[in-house]
Design a protein. Sequence first.
Length: 252
Amino acid sequence: MIEQLSVALLGANGRMGAEAVKAIDAAADLTLVAALGRNDSLESLVSSGAQIVVDLTVPESTEANVRFAVEHGMHAVVGTTGWDAGRLARLEELLADRPGVGVLIAPNFALGSVLASAFAAKASKYFESVEIIELHHPDKVDAPSGTAVRTAQLISAERTAAGVPSSPDATTTELEGARGSDVEGVRVHSVRLSGLVAHQEVLLGGPGEQLTIRHDSFDRASFMPGVLLGIRNVAAHPGLTVGLDGYLDLGL
Ligand SMILES: NC(=O)C1=CN([C@@H]2O[C@H](COP(=O)(O)OP(=O)(O)OC[C@H]3O[C@@H](n4cnc5c(N)ncnc54)[C@H](OP(=O)(O)O)[C@@H]3O)[C@@H](O)[C@H]2O)C=CC1
Ligand SMILES: O=C(O)C1=N[C@H](C(=O)O)C[C@H](O)C1
Protein backbone atom coordinates (compact mmCIF):
# COMPACT_ATOMS: atom_id res chain seq x y z
CA MET A 1 0.00 0.00 0.00
CA ILE A 2 1.52 3.35 -1.08
CA GLU A 3 1.33 6.09 1.52
CA GLN A 4 -1.00 8.83 0.28
CA LEU A 5 -0.59 12.62 0.37
CA SER A 6 -3.91 14.50 0.41
CA VAL A 7 -3.84 17.42 -2.01
CA ALA A 8 -6.27 20.29 -2.59
CA LEU A 9 -6.12 22.36 -5.75
CA LEU A 10 -7.17 26.01 -6.05
CA GLY A 11 -7.84 27.27 -9.57
CA ALA A 12 -8.87 23.81 -10.76
CA ASN A 13 -10.85 25.16 -13.76
CA GLY A 14 -7.98 27.21 -15.17
CA ARG A 15 -5.44 26.29 -17.85
CA MET A 16 -2.83 25.15 -15.32
CA GLY A 17 -5.40 23.84 -12.87
CA ALA A 18 -6.97 21.48 -15.42
CA GLU A 19 -3.54 20.06 -16.28
CA ALA A 20 -2.70 19.69 -12.59
CA VAL A 21 -5.92 17.74 -11.92
CA LYS A 22 -4.82 15.21 -14.54
CA ALA A 23 -1.27 15.00 -13.18
CA ILE A 24 -2.38 14.54 -9.56
CA ASP A 25 -5.03 11.98 -10.54
CA ALA A 26 -2.37 10.01 -12.41
CA ALA A 27 0.06 9.96 -9.46
CA ALA A 28 -0.25 6.78 -7.39
CA ASP A 29 0.92 8.49 -4.17
CA LEU A 30 -1.38 11.55 -4.36
CA THR A 31 -5.10 11.86 -3.64
CA LEU A 32 -6.95 14.93 -4.85
CA VAL A 33 -9.35 15.68 -1.98
CA ALA A 34 -10.60 19.10 -3.20
CA ALA A 35 -10.60 20.96 -6.52
CA LEU A 36 -11.86 24.51 -6.03
CA GLY A 37 -12.75 27.33 -8.40
CA ARG A 38 -13.24 31.06 -7.89
CA ASN A 39 -16.66 30.78 -6.22
CA ASP A 40 -15.87 27.96 -3.80
CA SER A 41 -15.29 28.66 -0.12
CA LEU A 42 -11.82 28.10 1.30
CA GLU A 43 -13.53 26.60 4.36
CA SER A 44 -13.99 23.37 2.40
CA LEU A 45 -10.20 22.93 2.46
CA VAL A 46 -10.46 22.26 6.18
CA SER A 47 -13.17 19.60 5.89
CA SER A 48 -11.34 17.98 2.94
CA GLY A 49 -8.43 17.00 5.20
CA ALA A 50 -5.89 18.33 2.70
CA GLN A 51 -2.27 18.25 3.84
CA ILE A 52 -1.03 20.27 0.87
CA VAL A 53 -2.74 23.09 -1.02
CA VAL A 54 -1.68 23.85 -4.59
CA ASP A 55 -2.47 27.40 -5.72
CA LEU A 56 -2.80 28.02 -9.48
CA THR A 57 -5.16 30.98 -9.42
CA VAL A 58 -4.70 34.68 -10.10
CA PRO A 59 -2.38 37.31 -8.59
CA GLU A 60 -5.28 39.02 -6.72
CA SER A 61 -6.29 35.94 -4.76
CA THR A 62 -3.09 33.98 -4.20
CA GLU A 63 -1.92 35.77 -1.05
CA ALA A 64 -5.23 35.26 0.80
CA ASN A 65 -5.35 31.63 -0.33
CA VAL A 66 -1.88 30.85 0.95
CA ARG A 67 -2.50 32.72 4.20
CA PHE A 68 -5.61 30.60 4.79
CA ALA A 69 -3.69 27.38 4.13
CA VAL A 70 -0.82 28.30 6.45
CA GLU A 71 -3.15 29.49 9.21
CA HIS A 72 -4.82 26.07 9.07
CA GLY A 73 -1.52 24.16 9.19
CA MET A 74 -1.48 23.11 5.53
CA HIS A 75 1.63 23.25 3.34
CA ALA A 76 1.32 25.24 0.10
CA VAL A 77 2.78 24.85 -3.38
CA VAL A 78 2.22 28.04 -5.34
CA GLY A 79 2.62 28.65 -9.05
CA THR A 80 0.60 31.85 -9.24
CA THR A 81 2.45 35.04 -10.07
CA GLY A 82 2.36 38.33 -8.16
CA TRP A 83 4.54 37.50 -5.15
CA ASP A 84 6.42 40.78 -4.77
CA ALA A 85 8.75 41.61 -1.88
CA GLY A 86 5.92 42.92 0.35
CA ARG A 87 3.85 39.75 -0.03
CA LEU A 88 6.86 37.51 0.59
CA ALA A 89 7.77 39.46 3.73
CA ARG A 90 4.22 39.11 5.11
CA LEU A 91 4.27 35.39 4.36
CA GLU A 92 7.61 34.90 6.12
CA GLU A 93 6.21 36.68 9.15
CA LEU A 94 3.18 34.36 9.16
CA LEU A 95 5.36 31.27 8.77
CA ALA A 96 7.60 32.31 11.67
CA ASP A 97 4.72 31.44 14.04
CA ARG A 98 4.16 28.04 12.36
CA PRO A 99 7.58 26.39 12.18
CA GLY A 100 6.32 23.07 10.79
CA VAL A 101 4.62 24.50 7.72
CA GLY A 102 6.31 24.73 4.32
CA VAL A 103 5.47 27.02 1.40
CA LEU A 104 7.01 26.81 -2.06
CA ILE A 105 6.55 29.81 -4.32
CA ALA A 106 7.66 28.58 -7.74
CA PRO A 107 7.68 31.24 -10.49
CA ASN A 108 8.18 28.41 -12.98
CA PHE A 109 7.66 24.65 -12.50
CA ALA A 110 9.33 23.61 -15.77
CA LEU A 111 12.67 22.05 -14.89
CA GLY A 112 14.24 23.38 -18.10
CA SER A 113 13.16 26.90 -17.23
CA VAL A 114 14.59 26.65 -13.71
CA LEU A 115 17.88 25.45 -15.19
CA ALA A 116 17.89 28.15 -17.88
CA SER A 117 17.44 30.90 -15.27
CA ALA A 118 20.20 29.45 -13.09
CA PHE A 119 22.57 29.12 -16.07
CA ALA A 120 21.80 32.68 -17.17
CA ALA A 121 22.49 34.06 -13.70
CA LYS A 122 25.82 32.22 -13.51
CA ALA A 123 26.83 33.41 -16.99
CA SER A 124 25.73 37.00 -16.51
CA LYS A 125 28.79 38.23 -14.63
CA TYR A 126 31.02 37.37 -17.61
CA PHE A 127 29.16 39.64 -20.07
CA GLU A 128 28.87 43.43 -20.34
CA SER A 129 25.22 43.36 -21.34
CA VAL A 130 22.19 41.31 -20.41
CA GLU A 131 18.54 41.67 -21.40
CA ILE A 132 15.55 39.34 -21.14
CA ILE A 133 12.79 38.69 -23.67
CA GLU A 134 9.79 36.75 -22.36
CA LEU A 135 7.11 35.55 -24.77
CA HIS A 136 3.68 34.24 -23.74
CA HIS A 137 0.15 33.44 -24.91
CA PRO A 138 -2.10 36.52 -25.18
CA ASP A 139 -4.44 35.41 -22.33
CA LYS A 140 -1.75 36.06 -19.75
CA VAL A 141 -2.85 38.87 -17.39
CA ASP A 142 0.49 39.92 -15.91
CA ALA A 143 3.62 41.42 -17.45
CA PRO A 144 6.46 40.92 -17.13
CA SER A 145 6.15 37.22 -16.37
CA GLY A 146 6.99 35.93 -12.90
CA THR A 147 9.76 33.88 -14.45
CA ALA A 148 11.33 36.94 -16.06
CA VAL A 149 11.17 38.87 -12.78
CA ARG A 150 12.81 35.97 -10.95
CA THR A 151 15.49 35.57 -13.65
CA ALA A 152 16.26 39.29 -13.53
CA GLN A 153 16.56 39.15 -9.73
CA LEU A 154 18.97 36.19 -9.90
CA ILE A 155 21.04 37.94 -12.57
CA SER A 156 21.08 41.20 -10.64
CA ALA A 157 22.23 39.47 -7.44
CA GLU A 158 25.00 37.62 -9.27
CA ARG A 159 26.28 40.74 -11.07
CA THR A 160 26.09 42.93 -7.98
CA ALA A 161 28.05 40.38 -5.92
CA ALA A 162 30.71 40.26 -8.65
CA GLY A 163 30.87 44.07 -8.94
CA VAL A 164 29.77 44.08 -12.59
CA PRO A 165 28.55 47.52 -13.75
CA SER A 166 25.11 48.11 -15.31
CA SER A 167 24.63 47.04 -18.91
CA PRO A 168 25.79 49.87 -21.20
CA ASP A 169 22.92 51.87 -22.73
CA ALA A 170 23.27 55.26 -24.42
CA THR A 171 19.51 55.83 -24.82
CA THR A 172 18.61 59.45 -24.07
CA THR A 173 15.27 59.73 -25.87
CA GLU A 174 12.71 56.96 -25.83
CA LEU A 175 9.13 56.26 -26.74
CA GLU A 176 7.63 54.99 -23.46
CA GLY A 177 8.19 51.24 -23.13
CA ALA A 178 10.63 50.99 -26.03
CA ARG A 179 13.37 49.73 -23.72
CA GLY A 180 11.07 47.40 -21.83
CA SER A 181 10.73 47.37 -18.04
CA ASP A 182 13.59 47.74 -15.60
CA VAL A 183 13.68 44.85 -13.10
CA GLU A 184 16.51 45.42 -10.64
CA GLY A 185 18.63 46.97 -13.40
CA VAL A 186 17.85 44.31 -16.03
CA ARG A 187 15.73 45.24 -19.06
CA VAL A 188 12.80 42.86 -19.62
CA HIS A 189 10.76 42.85 -22.86
CA SER A 190 7.33 41.18 -22.90
CA VAL A 191 5.77 39.71 -26.05
CA ARG A 192 2.15 38.44 -26.12
CA LEU A 193 1.44 36.39 -29.23
CA SER A 194 -1.26 33.99 -30.31
CA GLY A 195 0.07 30.43 -30.60
CA LEU A 196 2.66 30.78 -27.84
CA VAL A 197 2.61 29.08 -24.42
CA ALA A 198 5.61 30.25 -22.32
CA HIS A 199 9.06 31.11 -23.63
CA GLN A 200 12.07 33.11 -22.51
CA GLU A 201 15.40 34.23 -23.92
CA VAL A 202 18.24 35.72 -21.94
CA LEU A 203 20.58 37.64 -24.23
CA LEU A 204 24.13 38.05 -22.96
CA GLY A 205 26.44 40.30 -24.94
CA GLY A 206 30.14 41.10 -24.87
CA PRO A 207 32.64 42.50 -27.39
CA GLY A 208 32.21 40.48 -30.59
CA GLU A 209 29.99 37.74 -29.13
CA GLN A 210 26.53 36.84 -27.88
CA LEU A 211 25.25 33.97 -25.77
CA THR A 212 21.51 33.27 -25.90
CA ILE A 213 19.91 31.04 -23.27
CA ARG A 214 16.42 30.08 -24.39
CA HIS A 215 13.73 27.91 -22.86
CA ASP A 216 10.39 26.94 -24.44
CA SER A 217 7.31 25.44 -22.83
CA PHE A 218 5.32 24.19 -25.81
CA ASP A 219 2.66 22.59 -23.61
CA ARG A 220 1.52 22.99 -19.98
CA ALA A 221 2.49 19.34 -19.47
CA SER A 222 6.00 20.80 -19.12
CA PHE A 223 5.08 22.25 -15.72
CA MET A 224 3.67 19.07 -14.20
CA PRO A 225 6.87 17.22 -13.12
CA GLY A 226 7.76 20.36 -11.15
CA VAL A 227 4.28 20.62 -9.61
CA LEU A 228 4.51 16.99 -8.45
CA LEU A 229 8.06 17.50 -7.18
CA GLY A 230 6.85 20.49 -5.18
CA ILE A 231 3.91 18.56 -3.68
CA ARG A 232 6.11 15.62 -2.68
CA ASN A 233 8.82 17.76 -1.09
CA VAL A 234 7.11 20.77 0.47
CA ALA A 235 6.52 19.15 3.88
CA ALA A 236 10.24 18.38 4.17
CA HIS A 237 11.09 22.08 3.61
CA PRO A 238 9.49 24.07 6.43
CA GLY A 239 9.40 27.86 6.02
CA LEU A 240 9.43 29.76 2.75
CA THR A 241 11.24 28.56 -0.37
CA VAL A 242 11.21 30.78 -3.46
CA GLY A 243 12.05 28.94 -6.66
CA LEU A 244 11.92 25.22 -7.41
CA ASP A 245 15.73 25.33 -7.49
CA GLY A 246 15.50 25.35 -3.69
CA TYR A 247 14.38 21.70 -3.89
CA LEU A 248 16.95 20.68 -6.52
CA ASP A 249 20.66 20.00 -6.27
CA LEU A 250 21.88 22.19 -9.12
CA GLY A 251 25.42 22.42 -7.74
CA LEU A 252 25.97 25.78 -9.46
N1 LIG B 1 4.70 28.47 -11.90
C1 LIG B 1 4.46 28.01 -13.13
O1 LIG B 1 5.17 27.14 -13.66
C2 LIG B 1 3.29 28.54 -13.89
C3 LIG B 1 2.57 29.54 -13.35
N2 LIG B 1 1.51 30.04 -14.02
C4 LIG B 1 0.76 31.06 -13.31
O2 LIG B 1 -0.34 30.40 -12.72
C5 LIG B 1 -1.46 31.29 -12.68
C6 LIG B 1 -2.62 30.65 -13.39
O3 LIG B 1 -2.33 30.56 -14.76
P1 LIG B 1 -3.40 29.99 -15.77
O4 LIG B 1 -3.86 28.64 -15.34
O5 LIG B 1 -2.85 30.17 -17.12
O6 LIG B 1 -4.59 31.04 -15.56
P2 LIG B 1 -6.17 30.82 -15.77
O7 LIG B 1 -6.76 32.20 -15.83
O8 LIG B 1 -6.42 29.87 -16.86
O9 LIG B 1 -6.63 30.11 -14.42
C7 LIG B 1 -6.78 30.75 -13.19
C8 LIG B 1 -7.96 30.09 -12.53
O10 LIG B 1 -8.06 30.51 -11.17
C9 LIG B 1 -9.44 30.69 -10.87
N3 LIG B 1 -9.54 31.53 -9.69
C10 LIG B 1 -9.49 32.86 -9.58
N4 LIG B 1 -9.58 33.22 -8.30
C11 LIG B 1 -9.70 32.09 -7.58
C12 LIG B 1 -9.86 31.80 -6.21
N5 LIG B 1 -9.92 32.77 -5.30
N6 LIG B 1 -9.96 30.49 -5.82
C13 LIG B 1 -9.92 29.50 -6.71
N7 LIG B 1 -9.79 29.71 -8.05
C14 LIG B 1 -9.68 31.00 -8.46
C15 LIG B 1 -9.99 31.31 -12.13
O11 LIG B 1 -11.39 31.20 -12.17
P3 LIG B 1 -12.25 32.02 -13.27
O12 LIG B 1 -12.02 31.26 -14.53
O13 LIG B 1 -13.63 31.90 -12.75
O14 LIG B 1 -11.72 33.40 -13.29
C16 LIG B 1 -9.30 30.45 -13.19
O15 LIG B 1 -10.02 29.26 -13.45
C17 LIG B 1 -0.97 32.60 -13.31
O16 LIG B 1 -0.52 33.47 -12.29
C18 LIG B 1 0.19 32.15 -14.16
O17 LIG B 1 1.12 33.16 -14.39
C19 LIG B 1 1.12 29.54 -15.22
C20 LIG B 1 1.82 28.56 -15.82
C21 LIG B 1 2.99 27.97 -15.20
O1 LIG C 1 0.89 32.68 -17.31
C1 LIG C 1 1.61 31.76 -17.78
O2 LIG C 1 1.28 31.09 -18.75
C2 LIG C 1 2.90 31.49 -17.12
N1 LIG C 1 3.17 32.10 -16.01
C3 LIG C 1 4.36 31.98 -15.24
C4 LIG C 1 5.14 33.27 -15.32
O3 LIG C 1 4.56 34.35 -15.27
O4 LIG C 1 6.37 33.21 -15.38
C5 LIG C 1 5.16 30.76 -15.64
C6 LIG C 1 5.19 30.50 -17.11
O5 LIG C 1 5.96 31.47 -17.72
C7 LIG C 1 3.78 30.46 -17.70
